[in-house]
Design a protein around this ligand. Structure first.
Ligand code: PMP
Length: 428
């Protein structure tokens, strides 16, 4: 098979005419599909409906410590919820604090607190002339929005197949004490589905940042979100690694059950060193009289233990797997060898990342929209919404049905081909 670059202008024009006819046919179908946000489908939400039955008016609503969960009290989470979430993210239960319904909210608060009060006695970041964050790219748009909101300058760090470029991170963080943190989604990363290698995690644990108040924001959102039973990525546990490396305070590790139970109605948590947790508890006592213990109880009584979560996630995988495969199989079949795009086949998480030829992503997303398929805006996976190469597109396959997704992917591939042909012809 010839790549598009190897084809003559005449051949490309003939192909374009053919593809345009197919595109017009798609426009005639009046599609209304959304591949833009990583929301579970209704089918996935149905998997957790049993959770609605575990608490009712005759249930004993005391936690194991005998505390009435209907009332105020227990600021940092009931013990059994700590044990459940700690086992899920592989930390000891005394290294975790349970929060409310959203981990993103906790991340925002941690940055906000550092801005106004500093980190373990450091100068509040807002009092410094300049504060910077390292941002592995492509990455999660809502992370970048938090740092943008606080006026923190963001520096792109390229993602490699092993995780972010550690040479660059060690160099930049080691030299510049204005660099105060880094955003990481270390397992089944958003959007590429990459899991950081053992070596990458160990280099993070041994990092020697110039700023003492530098923190790794380790967003372990997809720790149990595998697609396959027999082919799963493994991530080394960073809180313990940091401790072993003599760097215990370096990391804040976040998690939540948003994409396990109900997004927006799950349970979030943070794991960190004793010193970090002590500081977090201090500001927490000002912020709230306690989080939703009934929801903590509901999650514990429903899932029971890590095994309960693992079995539940197999059901999610069964729903998600055909969708991921519908997209990636179509890419393999329709785009392999054409030299107009690259993609990764993820083994878990919520997204598929597609890299078009440089300068094509915005046009592809626009073209898909004009035929009724909404994608995440091109550029969203980069700080400030600016992809310097205009090439990355995040695909979220969970929400539509497999049939809808197959159709939307067919259209997407068509848009990639048409925009690439125009780009190549333009450059000749
Ligand atoms: N982190 C990542 C990497 C995500 O993709 C998402 C969105 N699903 C979140 C955090 C948001 O999590 P939460 O619902 O716990 O705020």
């Amino acid at each position: 098979m010839k790549s598009y670059q190897e084809m003559s202008n005449d051949d490309l024009l003939a192909l374009k005419a053919e593809l345009e006819a197919q595109y017009k046919a798609f426009q005639g179908k009046g599609l209304k599909l959304d591949m833009s946000r990583g929301k579970p489908s209704a089918e996935q939400l149905d998997l957790s409906m049993g959770m609605m039955d575990v608490l009712n008016s005759s249930t004993n609503l005391k936690c194991e410590a005998g505390i009435d969960c209907r009332n105020y009290g227990v600021i940092d989470g009931i013990q059994e919820a700590k044990e459940l979430l700690a086992s899920m993210i592989e930390v000891p239960a005394d290294k975790i604090i349970i929060f409310g319904n959203s981990s993103l909210n906790v991340m925002f608060d941690m940055v906000s607190h550092a801005m106004t009060h500093g980190v373990l006695g450091s100068t509040p970041w807002a009092k410094l002339d300049k504060v910077k964050f390292l941002c592995p790219v492509p990455g999660y748009d809502r992370h970048f929005k938090i740092t943008e909101y606080f006026g923190i300058e963001m520096i792109n760090i390229p993602m490699l197949p092993t995780g972010p470029d550690m040479d660059l991170i060690e160099k930049l963080a080691g030299e510049d004490d204005a660099i105060k943190g880094i955003w990481c989604v270390p397992k089944y990363s958003n959007p590429q589905g990459i899991t950081y290698s053992d070596e990458t995690v160990r280099r993070f644990a041994r990092l020697k940042p110039a700023a003492k108040d530098f923190r790794i924001f380790w967003d372990n959102a997809y720790s149990v979100h595998h697609l396959y039973d027999d082919d799963q990525d493994v991530l080394i546990e960073l809180v313990t690694e940091c401790e072993k490396a003599g760097n215990p305070d370096l990391v804040y590790k976040f998690t939540s059950t948003s994409k396990i139970s109900f997004p927006g109605s799950g349970v979030a948590a943070i794991a960190a060193s004793d010193a970090n947790l002590k500081e977090i508890r201090e500001h927490m006592t000002v912020q709230t009289i306690g989080h939703d213990k009934l929801n903590e109880l509901r999650h514990v009584r429903y899932f029971k233990n890590l095994n309960g979560i693992t079995e539940h996630m197999k059901k999610h995988a069964a729903s998600m797997r055909p969708k991921f495969e519908a997209v990636v199989d179509t890419f393999d079949k329709e785009l392999s060898g054409l030299g107009i795009g690259e993609w990764i086949r993820p083994k878990g998480g919520y997204f598929i990342s597609f890299d078009s030829m440089e300068g094509c992503a915005k046009a592809i997303v626009q073209k898909a929209k004009e035929a009724g398929v909404v994608m995440t805006p091109a550029g969203a996976t980069y700080p400030y919404g600016k992809d310097p190469k205009d090439s990355n597109i995040r695909i979220a396959p969970s929400f539509p049905t497999t049939e809808e997704l197959a159709l939307a992917t067919e259209l997407f591939v068509l848009c990639v081909k048409l925009v690439s042909i125009d780009k190549i012809l333009e450059s000749r």
